[in-house]
Structure formats: C-alpha cells, structure tokens
Design a protein around this ligand. Structure first.
Ligand SMILES: Cc1cc2nc3c(=O)[nH]c(=O)nc-3n(C[C@H](O)[C@H](O)[C@H](O)COP(=O)(O)O)c2cc1C
Length: 212
C-alpha cells in the first residue's frame, strides 16, 4: 500500500502511523502545578533532540495537565519507563482530575530532584531534570479535531543515573530494560540480548568507505 497521508487514506481498521514510527521512547513526565500538585504521565511523542546542550521534547495531544503545569512553573522531569514499571507507567496515564497525584494512584515513590522542583520516579533507573525552553503549537489541526498538538522543549539541567547500571564508564541501557511504544497498544522492551554495537565507518586513503 502507498497512500495520501494528508487525506489519511490508509483504508485500514486503524491508523498505522504510530506503528511505523517506533519504537518510540517514553518520557515519563513529572510536573508540578502553581499550587504545588504533582503530576505524572507518560508521553511517547518524546525524544532527545540535541546533545550539546542536552534538549528533549514531548508532544501533548491537546492541552493536558503536564502542559499546563509546565507553562505555570517552567520545569519538568522525564523518568525512564522500564519493564519493571510498565504497569505503573500505564496506570499513571489514567485521565484523573488535575488535583490527583498520579504517583499515589500508581503506587510509585516521588523522590526529590536536585536541580528542579518536580520530583522523579524513584523506581526508574534514570531521569532527566529539565527547564522549559519553548512550546510550539503544530499548525494544520485536522478538520473536526478540537485539539491542537503542543511540542514542549526542555533543556536538561540535571541527570540522575542509578550507579548500579554504570560499568566501566558506560551506562548499561540494556540492563535497565527500557520500554518503548509501537502502534496500537503495543510496546517493545530493550533487553541486554537486543543491544548490539556497530562502529562508525571510516574513510580509507583511497576514499573508499571502511565498514567496521
Ligand atoms: C505509553 C503511553 C504514551 C503516551 N504518549 C502520549 C503522547 O505522546 N502525547 C499525549 O498527548 N498523550 C500521550 N499518552 C496519554 C497521556 O499519558 C494521558 O492523556 C495522560 O492522562 C496525560 O496526563 P496529564 O493530563 O496529567 O498530562 C500516552 C499514554 C501512554 C500509556
């Protein structure tokens, strides 16, 4: 199949778009409202977008509590969702009222961050502490849709890593078992067995590409 994506003429029972852009990392976003209520929710329209300096983004489909809190208080954290926390992560996506703390609903522990006010998930092996840079509202909202999409950019100002996962100066991501979103209700898990190395290619004197 090969179809017009503007018309979204896929002809399938379900839109395949998200199944084609995956696995997507999950930013498990903690924010705090102006009146101090903590909020936790997973976002899979999430990624790192630069490494010097470190920036991340996530995209909110409509104006959700995380977006509102970040606009109010200017900070958030992104904890790593893992195989061990997959069910709690899912529970934290429940559409509860803004004054409900998802940490309690999901049975998770909020631990203080070092550089920003929003806490991070203690059960997560890594977390990024961020300050809000800017939000971009995407244009061309689909006819009939009342929700825009808001891409939130944050500068990473603090990084937590559980030292148990640092070996020989490198983070053992596979051992953390991060999970990622595919399409529909599907997820994928990174495990030590699925991680592999490929060295960057180099250029030989004769100009040919030397593969590793
Ligand atoms: C794995 C996962 C990924 C999600 N990714 C997104 C996303 O990228 N954007 C979004 O708007 N909602 C996403 N959601 C839904 C939100 O988590 C859900 O709407 C949540 O209630 C928002 O919480 P908030 O209003 O406290 O910010 C996702 C849910 C799950 C379970």
């Amino acid at each position: 199949m090969h179809y017009d994506a503007i018309a979204n003429a896929h002809g399938l029972a379900h839109d395949p778009f998200k199944a084609l852009v995956g696995p997507r990392p999950i930013g498990w976003i903690t924010s705090v409202s102006a009146d101090g209520v903590c909020n936790l929710a997973p976002y899979s329209f999430f990624n790192a977008v630069s490494d010097r300096p470190h920036y991340v983004m996530f995209s909110s489909s409509g104006k959700k509590d995380s977006l509102r809190n970040i606009h109010e208080t200017g900070e958030f954290t992104c904890s790593m969702a893992t195989w061990d926390t997959r069910f709690a992560m899912n529970v934290s996506s429940a559409p509860v009222a803004p004054d409900v703390d998802e940490y309690q609903v999901a049975g998770l522990t909020a631990v203080a961050s070092r550089f920003v006010k929003p806490p991070r998930v203690r059960e997560a092996p890594a977390a990024l502490e961020c300050t809000h840079w800017k939000t971009i509202e995407l244009p061309d909202v689909e006819a009939g849709s009342d929700q825009g999409h808001f891409v939130v950019f944050g500068r990473v100002v603090g990084i937590y890593i559980d030292d148990a996962y640092v070996h020989d100066g490198r983070v053992d991501t596979g051992a953390m078992r991060p999970i990622a979103r595919l399409g529909y209700m599907q997820y994928a898990a990174v495990t030590p067995e699925t991680v592999f190395d490929i060295d960057r290619p180099s250029i030989a004197r004769n100009g040919s590409v030397v593969r590793s």
